[in-house]
Structures are given as structure tokens and as C-alpha cells.
Design a protein around this ligand. Structure first.
Ligand code: PFF
Length: 454
């Protein structure tokens, strides 16, 4: 294990895996998906997928990683199923696609630090101009990618693990304070209703599909990120409990993000909730309004600190996204780690350029695409890539990994690995439940996905 490095402690692994899971997906993605998906009904379906399907998939990915101590492609080879390594390759493709647009959003958030420092809360109204300024937000994105590459090139158990242990709780506390503040605003209760009282008439096939994609995306599943992180985990680690903690932390933070945003939309809209379905710009428009409302130096400090913490959360996710293709290139192509990191980061930045241009700067990249989500034919490139990667490749990958573990690698082997470091696992309810989910639920969802998409 020594040459690959490893997590220094049990908490180190949980912090890193939670760091991968908690990111823009929770704070940027979740509220906007809830807003688009009609509110609480989406939340219910999302929770269902997180706990019933994704938690078992997470345990499975970590188990495969720890068993093989390899990247997602090498892992299938090492288990003796070379024919299945396309699944790892599909994960790497998903990782590349996700990082290509994720980095753009992270760049927006990074730039917001400077907007907040200068007290420019009016950015809420100028948001569409802001993202159109491709030189500016492109430079922020390039800086963000370079920071990610720098961290990854330093190896896995560096400062980031330690920093995560301090900064993540700080982020949670700060969010809770903002929740408290949002709840005092007039019409906050309308936001709460929208967010927490389900109206199941709003459910549709596409809402369910999006909720599933969001669950996989938010938990960093389906592309082998946790196979890769699992490859650095010690045999003494209890995988099942680690996966449970990561799932709880991730879901908890997403729920808090919603509590922060929706009461504010209730307030801003005078209770009509207009604007909740605004899409990917949602938090970039609503959050400056919160800080502007607080006003003065306190608003500036709160806004600045918040976006610094958000960028940190995004960084612990981009690091895991970059780690996947890098570990593949290092292990399988025998390229030196440092060189691989900068090369892969550079390529992914280039892949992201159409997504950067598609936010109003280039008409072609802003309006020429179509997704099942938007329905029409005027979707932007970033939304197209996000729909392909998050909503299709990740659930597909996650269910296929489960199918592989249950039927190809075989259930008893998976169970052996999960039982290692987990006294009491064998014969427990959790074991039965994980087995059921991996062997039956995942293939059923897989079948449904197949029918829906083909
Ligand atoms: N889970 C991250 C988030 O919610 O922001 C995004 C992500 C990271 C997805 C790593 C997939 C992944 F492998």
C-alpha cells in the first residue's frame, strides 16, 4: 500500500469521502433541482434514492476499491474481469465530463468571493452579464483548475484532509446561522411549505429521473470516485459505517442548503415562490440577496466567508473528480503522477470551454442543444453535458457496478470485503438490506433506465 499512500486515519477517510460528496452538488445543485422539480415531492424522491439505492452502491464502490487497491479500470482487471473494465472507462469519461462543467460553476463561485469583498450584492441582478464575461469567469475557472491540480499533485493524504476537518464543520455552522436568519424574514413560511410539504401531483417521470441523478451526483457515485478513494482505505476500516456517515453528512448538508434558500425565495417573491425554478443560476442570484439584506460590514464578511467556504467544499470535490482520471493514467499508462495531473487537468479545462461559452457569450453554445429535461431544442451546452453525465452516466454506472458486484464478482466476495473491519456485519439487518439493494434493486433500476432511455 505504501507507494500509493493512504489515509492517515479513519476520520481521514470519512472526511475525504465526505469532502468529495459535499460540494456544489449540495449547495448549488440541490436547491436548483428542487426548485425546478416543484419542491418537496422532489425532496422525498431524492431522499428515497439516497438511502435505499445510493448508500449500498457507495459501500460497494468502496469495497471494490479497497479489495483491489486500484483505479476504476485496474480494479476490474485485478478482480479477474477484464471484460468489465469498460465500466471503469465509462466512469472516467463521466468524471472528465463532470469536472469540465463543475469547474466552470466553481469558477463562478470563486469570482463571487471578490464580488462579496467589494460589497457588490447587486451582482444578483447582473448575474447573466457576469457569466457572459468569459474572459473573467474563464480566468477564475482556470485558477480553480490549477488549484485542484496543485492539490492532487501533492498526493492524497496532504493538507486537504486536515483542512476538511476544520472547514466542513465551519461551513455547516455558517449555513445554520443563515438558515436561522432566513427563517426570520417575512413570507419565509411560504418557502418552507414549497420545500417541505410535498405536492405529489408535481411528480413526473422526469422529476424522478432528475432526483435519482442528483442523488448519485451529490454522493459522488457511479463513476468510480469511491473505488479510487476506497483503494487508499485500510483493512481495519468499517466500510459500511463510513458509507453511512458520508451519506448522512451529504444529505444533511443538502437539506440545510434548501432551508437556507427557499425561505429567502419566499421572502423575495412575496410568497409566490416565483423564481424558484430559475435553474443553475439560483444560488448565485439568491445568496447575494441574503447578504445584501444583512447589509453593511456584516453582510460583506458573511458573504465573503460563505463563498470562501463554498469554494473549499467545491475544491474537495474537484480533487476527487480529477483523482479518478489521474489515478487511471498513472496506474495504467505509467505516466509520472505530476505530469499526469497537469496534463489531465489541462485537457479537462479545454473540454469545458464550450460550457463556458454557452452561458450567453456564444449563441451557438448557449441555445443549440436539447435534453429530455428542458424538452425544447434551445438548451445550452453545459446543461447538455450535465444531463448526460449526472443524470445518465452516473445512475447507469452505479447500477452496473452493483450488478457487477452481485453477479459477476459475486455477492459473497462483496460480503467478505464489507465484513472486514466490521465486526457484527455478518448476519445483521444491514447486510440483508445491502444485499437486497445491490442484487435486486439496482438491476431493476438499471432495467428501468434502459427502457426509459432507449
Ligand atoms: N458530489 C460532488 C458534489 O455534490 O458537488 C460532485 C461529484 C464529485 C460527483 C465527485 C462525482 C464525483 F465523483
Amino acid at each position: 500500500m505504501a507507494p500509493r499512500g493512504g489515509f492517515s486515519s479513519r476520520l481521514g477517510f470519512i472526511a475525504a469521502a465526505a469532502g468529495s460528496a459535499v460540494g456544489l452538488g449540495n449547495i448549488w445543485g440541490f436547491p436548483y433541482e428542487v426548485g425546478e422539480g416543484g419542491g418537496a415531492a422532489f425532496v422525498v424522491i431524492y431522499l428515497f434514492f439516497c438511502f435505499i439505492l445510493c448508500f449500498p452502491v457507495m459501500a460497494t464502490e468502496i469495497a471494490i476499491g479497497r479489495k483491489t487497491q486500484l483505479n476504476p479500470v485496474g480494479a476490474f482487471n485485478a478482480l479477474g474481469f477484464k471484460k468489465w473494465n469498460w465500466l471503469g472507462k465509462m466512469g472516467i469519461l463521466a468524471g472528465v465530463l463532470i469536472l469540465s462543467f463543475y469547474n466552470i460553476i466553481a469558477g463562478w463561485a470563486f469570482g463571487y468571493i471578490f464580488e462579496m469583498i467589494t460589497g457588490n450584492f447587486g451582482i444578483a441582478d447582473g448575474f447573466s452579464e457576469y457569466i457572459k464575461n468569459v474572459v473573467k469567469v474563464g480566468a477564475y475557472g482556470a485558477l480553480f483548475m490549477a488549484t485542484t491540480a496543485f492539490v492532487v499533485s501533492k498526493g492524497i493524504s496532504g493538507g486537504i484532509e486536515k483542512a476538511a476537518k476544520i472547514l466542513m464543520p465551519t461551513l455547516i455552522i455558517m449555513m445554520l446561522i443563515i438558515v436561522g436568519y432566513s427563517l426570520t424574514l417575512p413570507n419565509a413560511v411560504d418557502g418552507l411549505k414549497f420545500y417541505l410539504v410535498p405536492d405529489f401531483s408535481k411528480l413526473s417521470g422526469s422529476v424522478i429521473y432528475n432526483a435519482m441523478g442528483q442523488a448519485f451526483f451529490s454522493l459522488s457515485l457511479g463513476m468510480g470516485a469511491l473505488i479510487t478513494y476506497g483503494s487508499y482505505v485500510s483493512k481495519k476500516e468499517n466500510i459500511v459505517s463510513a458509507a453511512a456517515w458520508v451519506t448522512l453528512a451529504d444529505v444533511g448538508i443538502a437539506l440545510i442548503a434548501g432551508l437556507m434558500i427557499f425561505p429567502l425565495i419566499g421572502f423575495m417573491s412575496g410568497g409566490t415562490m416565483e423564481g424558484a425554478g430559475r435553474g443553475p443560476g439560483l444560488i448565485f442570484v439568491t445568496l447575494p440577496q441574503i447578504f445584501g439584506n444583512i447589509g453593511g460590514t456584516l453582510g460583506i464578511i458573511a458573504g465573503t466567508v460563505f463563498f470562501v467556504l463554498l469554494c473549499f467544499a467545491a475544491l474537495t470535490s474537484t480533487v476527487s473528480l480529477l483523482e479518478v482520471p489521474v489515478s487511471y493514467v498513472v496506474d495504467e499508462m505509467k505516466i509520472k503522477r505530476k505530469k499526469a495531473v497537469w496534463l489531465v487537468a489541462g485537457v479537462i479545462f479545454l473540454v469545458g470551454i464550450p460550457s463556458l461559452l454557452g452561458n450567453g457569450y456564444s449563441e451557438f453554445f448557449s441555445t443549440s442543444f436539447t435534453t429530455y429535461k428542458a424538452g425544447g431544442t434551445d438548451t445550452d451546452f453545459l446543461s447538455l453535458v450535465a444531463a448526460i453525465a449526472n443524470d445518465t452516466l452516473l445512475p447507469l454506472g452505479g447500477c452496473l457496478i452493483s450488478f457487477f458486484a452481485a453477479y459477476i464478482w459475486k455477492k459473497h466476495n462483496l460480503d467478505e470485503e464489507l465484513a472486514e473491519g466490521a465486526p457484527g456485519y455478518k448476519g445483521s439487518f444491514v447486510q440483508k438490506y445491502l444485499n437486497f439493494a445491490v442484487s435486486y434493486l439496482a438491476p431493476i433500476v438499471l432495467g428501468a433506465l434502459f427502457v426509459l432511455t432507449v
